[in-house]
Ligand binder design. Structure first.
Ligand code: BGC
Ligand code: BGC
Length: 608
């Protein structure tokens, strides 16, 4: 039977090798033959990744240095941010790889961390914290599959995702990049994410390479300080922060990004024990390790020593960025590493190991055969069916925390509905950081999509008057008001906060509505739990919507009962800042809402 099917395919003119992942032997053979003819300079070129904006002479330097990889950082802009603009830029840069002696394709990386979020018109999904609340591996896989497809529509094939941080302190500005505070949840979502991005075959036209980050302990720093010091013992590092890596590697992840953080005072970028002995040895990681944005520059003011320490620790590819600032540029990196090899401070075996790992990924991705954008995928970027997947992700990510009076779900036939709060009509605030810009931006210009206000207007019947008032004025007694409040966009260390209270302005909106005797439903847009007690007490219902992204209809689906809430808290919800950090399993555990809490409509009581 099998034979018949195969021979039919052959008769029909299908090449069997296209449909099947490359065999390990074939991959090795290709890598070996390439490496045999490579010079030291070419090898070091493969280990060099440069930010698009940091390339001093384009196109000359890309060819001259034989750059192995180019990335677009959160703020590296190209001229035309449309899908076609990105595809054109990608193809022209990739074309330069054919001008090098061995024509090794360049690997292009981008922070597609909640959809292909640097592209205007791409679907923006909920940030990971929301997907952790949804806790649905099949959904997670689908989200990542759509992301990979949209990436490939622009040619770009390497996502710096998933972030499998286990965020243990909500002060951390990257809490939303983590699926939650508990390792099992992170494991399940991280694995599904890798599978969705990479597909069954990395060489498939819709697959993208995953980059599991940031190894290791990024979510465990003292006081939740970004790039800080993770002061835990080895057993905790292994049981809390490491399990998701093992799973991702077993699921086939071929790249890992090292973390900025230190472990008990030692920076991860120079940690040979963890990068080599544990990650590559114990966890049997066969892919390559990339450094974070200028990460090795932080190791020592003596750059030569920093390079030596990091490469010998097991760093395979080095992310190099702008010569603005005090960072060393790629010409300095390449000459420094070459000198270190000459002096035998870095062995040729270490260089070969790094290059073998990088080339292996490139071969497995099928880049040698297909290096340019498949333009047939371009039309799918931001398509209606992709937006449907995001909408489903949004409605599954919402956590209903209070509904005492049973005010939710709202009737679509209510006469008058007040929509208030600064987040009600703001795509930028819905999306959060890492959306077009590194830090994200408030306002309508960010990208396409549907705001919560627009979604509510679409959902209600034609007889309903929807009155929008950002500051909550104009309500009458008995009105139902949906108030959308929360955090302004931020990313990374810019989001580290000592105080997670709602802003006075947000509290004032709710108070104003209550003074007019309106019934208030609060929808919180935030990258983490916040201190909400004063507002919670005054509201009839409270929904944590995290950072849902472009598809506001998912919020309306829950508000009007087309979907009963199913999301569960991926974090313990603190009563006060004094309680932070608070995590499930703590000896003393008295949160406002426990990890895993979430109401639904049927009985309006906690379902676990
Ligand atoms: C972040 C990474 C990101 C990289 C590239 C770094 O600052 O820590 O998460 O992938 O920049 O933009
Ligand atoms: C870049 C980001 C990067 C950050 C690190 C920004 O300028 O655009 O990609 O993660 O710097 O500090």
């Amino acid at each position: 039977m099998k034979f018949l099917t195969l021979s039919c395919l052959v008769l029909l003119g299908f090449s069997l090798t296209v449909a099947q992942p490359k065999s390990a032997a074939a991959v090795d053979a290709k890598v070996r033959s390439l490496m045999k003819s490579m010079t030291l300079e070419e090898k070091i070129g493969q280990m060099t990744q440069v930010d698009y904006e940091a390339i001093k002479n384009t196109p000359q330097d890309i060819v001259k240095f034989g750059l192995g990889s180019i990335l677009w950082g959160g703020n590296s802009e190209i001229v035309d941010l449309s899908p076609k603009g990105w595809a054109d830029c990608y193809d022209s840069l990739q074309g330069l790889s054919e001008r090098t002696r061995l024509k090794v394709p360049i690997l292009f990386g981008i922070d597609a961390v909640h959809g292909h979020n640097n592209v205007i018109g791409a679907v923006v999904f909920p940030h990971n914290i929301g997907l952790g609340a949804a806790n649905d591996a099949a959904l997670m896989e689908k989200v990542a599959m759509v992301t990979a497809k949209e990436m490939k529509g622009t040619g770009i094939h390497w996502a710096f995702a998933p972030c499998v941080a286990v965020a243990r302190n909500e002060r951390w500005g990257r809490t939303y990049e983590s699926f939650g505070e508990e390792p099992e949840l992170v494991r399940a979502m991280g694995t599904a994410h890798v599978k969705g991005l990479q597909g069954a075959d990395l060489a498939a036209k819709t697959s993208a390479l995953a980059c599991v980050k940031h190894f290791v302990g990024d979510g465990g720093t003292t006081n939740g300080k970004d790039q800080g010091n993770t002061e835990v013992d080895l057993a905790t590092l292994r049981s809390v922060h490491m399990p998701a890596y093992k799973d991702a590697i077993d699921a086939g992840a071929l790249s890992v990004m090292a973390s900025y953080n230190s472990w008990n005072g030692n920076k991860m970028h120079g940690n040979r024990y963890l990068l080599t002995d544990v990650l590559k040895g114990e966890l049997k990681f066969q892919g390559f390790v990339v450094s974070d944005w200028n990460g090795i520059d932080q190791l020592s003011p003596n750059y030569k020593y920093a390079v030596e320490q990091s490469i010998n620790a097991g760093m395979d590819m080095v992310m190099i960025t702008s010569p603005r600032g005090n960072f060393n540029s790629y010409d300095v990196f390449t000459s420094t590493l070459k000198q270190l090899v000459k002096e035998k401070a870095v062995s040729m075996a270490r260089i070969d190991d790094a290059v073998r790992r990088i080339l292996k990924a490139k071969v497995m991705m099928g880049l040698f055969e297909n290096r340019y954008t498949d333009r047939a995928l371009l039309a799918e970027v931001g398509s209606a069916s992709h937006r449907e997947v995001a909408r489903a992700a949004v409605r599954q990510s919402l956590v209903l925390m209070k509904n005492d009076t049973g005010i939710l779900p709202l009737s679509k036939n209510v006469k008058r509905l007040i929509i208030a709060g600064k987040g009600a009509d703001d795509i930028g605030m819905q999306c959060g950081g890492w959306t077009i810009d590194w830090q994200g931006k408030v306002g309508p210009v960010t990208t396409g999509g549907t705001t919560i206000l627009q979604a509510v207007k679409q959902a209600v019947s034609s007889g309903t008057v929807v009155k929008y008032s950002a500051d909550g004025s104009g309500a009458d007694s008995g009105d139902v008001a949906v108030v959308v409040v929360g955090e302004q966009p931020y990313a990374e260390f810019m989001g580290d906060k000592a105080d997670l209270s709602l802003s006075p302005e947000d509290v004032a909106v709710v108070e104003k509505l209550r003074a007019r005797k309106a019934q208030v439903v609060v929808v919180l847009l935030s990258g983490r739990p916040m201190i909400v007690t004063p507002v919670l007490e005054k509201s009839a219902a409270f929904v944590a919507a995290w950072l849902p992204g472009t598809e506001g209809q998912g919020v309306a689906d829950v508000l009007f009962g087309d979907h009963a809430p199913t999301g569960k808290l991926p974090h313990s919800w603190p009563r006060t800042m004094q309680q932070v950090p608070i995590n499930v399993g703590d000896k003393e555990y008295d949160p406002l809402f426990p990890f895993g809490f979430g109401l639904t409509y049927a009985a309006a009581k906690a379902v676990k």
